[in-house]
Design a protein around this ligand. Structure first.
Ligand SMILES: Cc1cc2nc3c(=O)[nH]c(=O)nc-3n(C[C@H](O)[C@H](O)[C@H](O)COP(=O)(O)OP(=O)(O)OC[C@H]3O[C@@H](n4cnc5c(N)ncnc54)[C@H](O)[C@@H]3O)c2cc1C
Length: 347
């Protein structure tokens, strides 16, 4: 490896920050540039679940990629430890009707994903204060979480400590470098670089936070809603509004989520929620576009849909291997940016 490669990373969400950190550790000279305030993006709004099991069970686009999602999650303990990110491994609990739990249990058995059916009493012990029905719950210890505020701050601090220069500015396409990495989320590719990113679809998402309302337990996956602990209070998410790229708060979405949250966690009754909105970027198969653009000197890492936090260490590993010309590993092919084009996608 050489210490002389210069990489400019555009976008300091979780993908850009993780790539900047891992590239710098590998010996690159890295500039991380973003005009927005840290966390003023999908990464800062997210719930922070690292959830290969229930994402594969609940999201049809995630199911075929359970192996990859699990591999990404496996990287988290080392990644979190080395960057000062606090990892919560309490696990996750699905609740609802017996029919729903039966269905989820069967799906997870087909995937070979570990989960345990719990009685109502045992489920209540995993999720104190959550309203659990007669059917009990379905628990996995394999889904974890981070707090996005803490984690993003820690990643940027760790990147700075590795020598990354962090700038609050948009990408300057005139600045000399060996590689530009576009980690610009759902925003258009700056300067028309990386035309591949035009394939990404925006998916707006509302999420609620209940400042001051504490919950210490497993992440709860209800029907059309989840509830998670959070540094700034309980987190309730999230809507999936395909095609919408604006960040305006829609009172109807807030109302739906607050009612669903209160039904799950009665302690939320009467809470004044803080609504957040973020825009995910998504490809047709739910995985991000990670790798070389047809534009010379440009790579991309964008389009992680609803699993950007989960995927970040794996994305950073693949990007770093590509920049340094080493073998990008078994998952890189599934991320190939040209995979939707006829004959595209091979490294
Ligand atoms: C409501 C909600 C809940 C979610 N929950 C989870 C979850 O629990 N677990 C999970 O894994 N994922 C979750 N996600 C998905 C996750 O947030 C995204 O996949 C992830 O944040 C994408 O990160 P990113 O770095 O690609 O993009 P972003 O976080 O959007 O960052 C992109 C950055 O690029 C910057 N940028 C744009 N243009 C330029 C330019 N020209 N120059 C420089 N910088 C530029 C922007 O300012 C922005 O800061 C959730 C998303 C939402 C909306």
């Amino acid at each position: 490896m050489t210490a002389t490669l210069k990489v400019i990373v555009a976008g300091s969400g979780v993908l850009g920050a993780s790539c900047a950190l891992v590239l710098a550790r590998a010996g690159a000279r890295v500039v991380l540039t973003d005009p927005a305030r840290l966390g003023d993006n999908a990464s800062g709004v997210a719930a922070g679940m690292l959830a290969p099991v229930f994402e594969a069970a609940l999201d049809p686009l995630a199911a075929p990629h359970f192996d990859l999602l699990l591999a990404a999650r496996e990287l988290w303990p080392g990644f979190a430890h080395s960057a000062g990110v606090e990892l919560d491994r309490t696990g996750a609990l699905a609740v609802g009707s017996a029919e729903r739990l039966d269905r989820l249990e069967a799906t997870l058995a087909d995937l070979g994903a570990p989960a345990e059916r719990l009685s109502r009493t045992d489920a209540e012990a995993r999720a104190p204060g959550i309203r659990i029905g007669e059917a009990g719950g379905l628990f996995t210890g394999e889904d974890w979480r981070i707090d996005p505020d803490q984690a993003l701050g820690a990643l940027i601090d760790a990147a700075r400590a590795e020598g990354v220069e962090v700038r609050r500015a948009p990408l300057q396409s005139s600045e000399a470098c060996d590689w530009r990495l576009l980690a610009t989320g759902a925003d258009p590719a700056p300067g028309g670089l990386a035309p591949e990113l035009a394939r990404l679809e925006p998916i707006k998402g509302h999420i609620l936070r209940a400042p001051g309302v504490a919950y210490r337990g497993a992440v709860v996956r209800g029907e059309g809603v989840y509830l998670s602990p959070g540094g700034a209070g309980v987190v309730i998410g999230a809507s999936m509004e395909r095609g919408a790229h604006d960040r305006a708060v829609d009172p109807a979405q807030v109302e739906r989520l607050s009612q669903a949250g209160e039904a799950l966690f009665p302690a939320l009754a009467g809470t004044a929620f803080a609504a957040g909105v973020g825009v995910r970027a998504a490809s047709a198969d739910g995985l991000p576009l990670v790798g070389f653009s047809r534009t010379a000197g440009v790579l991309m890492a964008a389009g992680a849909r609803r699993n950007g936090w989960l995927l970040a260490p794996l994305v950073a590993q693949v990007v770093t291997a590509l920049v340094f010309g080493s073998e990008p590993g078994p998952w890189a092919q599934r991320f190939a940016p040209q995979r939707f084009e006829p004959g595209g996608g091979a490294y």
